[in-house]
Ligand binder design. Structure first.
Ligand code: NAP
Length: 465
């Protein structure tokens, strides 16, 4: 895939970039390795000062970097600004909390004695150079979600960003440089995915994190496995959104529209499969469809737009194939199911609700990465749980119910890395983020995230005799 900025609202190529060759990659690998040798010796106060400065600069740049993101991948401008603000907030959260999250842990006196020690403790030390392979859908957030904890832990980062967001990738490198990070602490590698294996196999790279599709994750994990290097994988999702009879149906339907169409429908944690109890199905389906139909599709730079274009022509074609397959096998489009009239230049698609979906359809098992929802009617809780779990993915899940007993059952039984009640899934620095099954492994954010790229070390002192 060429490294280029192509405006998805117009299809116009605005800039192309030369990929780094072997020499350029070598210079950056050496710089990262050298930087780690010194940066790992810095204290939390210095790391927090640098990250705090990066957050300040990001706030100052918010409008400009939002425009860059919208130009490169098509998210509505207001959402791009919110993404930049969220990144600054996460940077400040880790600047404030990293020291506490990585504080030494001391076992109980009895356990220390039992181990034969005079004293013992657990310390969290940085791992080294971490390669981050990142997607275009939240081009700032996905990177900051990795970089803020990794840098606070004393690691250094090498970013291989998606090939369609090179301006955002270069902005990030520049942001950390302007914040005062020593040379080599955070660098962008403008390379295609074919260069990832070589970088990952380099002995100077300690670990990798990948956010993206399942094939990309499998490929990086296989290489890392061969090298016995730690990986964290954040892959696709097809999150269920279950609505039970005790729910506030008006709110559940209103938030369902946002949960499905945020980021033009291209979010891993978007609700994708809407599983509704038969007692409230008709009411929910009518309100949800009306809400989806009412969305304004158009120029993502316009403040009036709710849903912009898909990020790539290929992405739209994939989505169209899923819808055509479903409709060909008997699904009914309650709204959408086609390209919007009058928006011929970009890669737009109408918000779509599909009913009468069955397991014979591809969309039942595959991730719909665009504004297309599938609706299912169920008879009760057991059927809702079974259908929610009938997917290869297990990223997050949403459930609308006011019944404490039902909530307990869903927490016990949902095969997902999150269970969000009476609201939509959203990441927060204090809560772990990640999935099970084909959605990947490992966690980002919170204390769990920052420890993923640490060498958790047992320190033991023999008892004086
Ligand atoms: P993608 O094609 O997998 O690309 C993601 C990144 O991986 C890009 O930097 C890409 O580089 C690189 N890549 C692709 N194939 C690779 C390979 N064989 N070896 C090494 N690197 C490779 O995914 P996408 O289409 O950009 O993103 C959409 C997917 O990401 C969806 O499935 C979505 O659910 C998932 N996602 C997951 C999360 C999460 O947190 N779980 C968050 C956001 C998105 P190039 O661009 O150069 O190909």
């Amino acid at each position: 895939m060429a490294i280029a900025t192509v405006n998805p609202a117009t299809g116009e190529t605005l800039q192309t970039f030369e990929a780094l060759g072997p020499e350029g990659i070598e210079v950056r690998l050496a710089a990262a390795h050298d930087a780690f040798g010194r940066y790992r010796l810095t204290g939390f106060a210095e790391r927090a000062r640098l990250l705090g400065r990066a957050a300040e600069l990001l706030d100052e740049d918010q409008d400009e970097v939002a425009r860059t993101m919208t130009t490169e991948m098509g998210k509505p401008l207001a959402a791009a600004r919110a993404e930049a603000a969220k990144c600054a907030k996460a940077m400040r959260w880790y600047a404030r909390n990293a020291e506490g999250l990585l504080a030494d842990e001391v076992p109980s006196e009895a356990d220390v004695r039992d181990s034969g020690a005079g004293t013992a403790r657990v310390v969290h030390r940085p791992l080294g150079v971490v390669l981050a392979v990142m997607p275009w859908n939240f081009p700032l957030w996905q990177v900051v979600r990795f970089a803020a904890p990794a840098l606070m832990a004393g690691n250094v980062g090498l970013l291989k960003h998606a090939s369609n967001v090179p301006r955002t990738a270069l902005y990030l490198e520049e942001l950390f440089r302007r914040a005062g990070y020593p040379r080599g602490c955070f660098q962008t590698l403008l390379v295609g995915s074919d260069a990832v294996e070589g970088v990952l196999r380099d002995p100077r790279v300690a670990a990798a994190t990948l956010t993206g599709s399942e094939p990309a994750g499998r490929s990086v994990a296989a290489v890392a496995g061969g090298e016995v290097k730690k990986t964290v994988l954040e892959l696709g999702g097809s999150d269920p959104y279950v609505v039970m009879p005790s729910a506030d149906i008006e709110r559940a339907a209103r938030i369902a529209v946002t949960a499905r169409t945020q980021n033009n429908g291209q979010s891993c944690i978007a609700a994708k499969r809407f599983i509704v109890h038969r007692d409230v199905y008709d009411d929910f389906a009518a309100r949800f469809t009306e809400g989806m139909r009412a969305l304004t599709v158009g120029d993502p730079m316009s403040e009036a737009t709710d849903v912009g274009p898909l990020a790539s022509e290929r992405g739209r074609a994939d989505l169209e194939e899923l819808v055509e397959d479903a409709v060909g096998r008997g699904a009914r489009a309650l709204c959408g199911g086609r390209r919007p009239a009058g928006l011929d230049r970009g890669w737009f698609y109408e918000p779509t609700v599909l009913a009468q979906v069955t397991d014979a359809m591809r969309i039942h098992r595959e991730e719909a990465f665009g504004p297309v929802a599938t609706l299912y009617r169920v008879d009760g809780l057991d059927e809702a749980v079974a259908l929610a779990n009938d997917t290869p993915f297990g990223l997050s899940s949403n459930v609308w119910t006011r019944s404490a007993e039902e909530q307990r059952r869903f927490v016990r039984d949902m095969e997902a890395g999150g269970v969000y009640f009476n609201g939509m899934t959203a990441s927060h620095p204090a809560l772990p983020f990640g999935g099970v099954k084909r959605s990947g492994y490992g966690r980002e954010l919170s204390g769990y995230g920052i420890r993923e790229f640490c060498n958790t070390t047992a320190v033991w002192f023999g008892a004086e005799t």
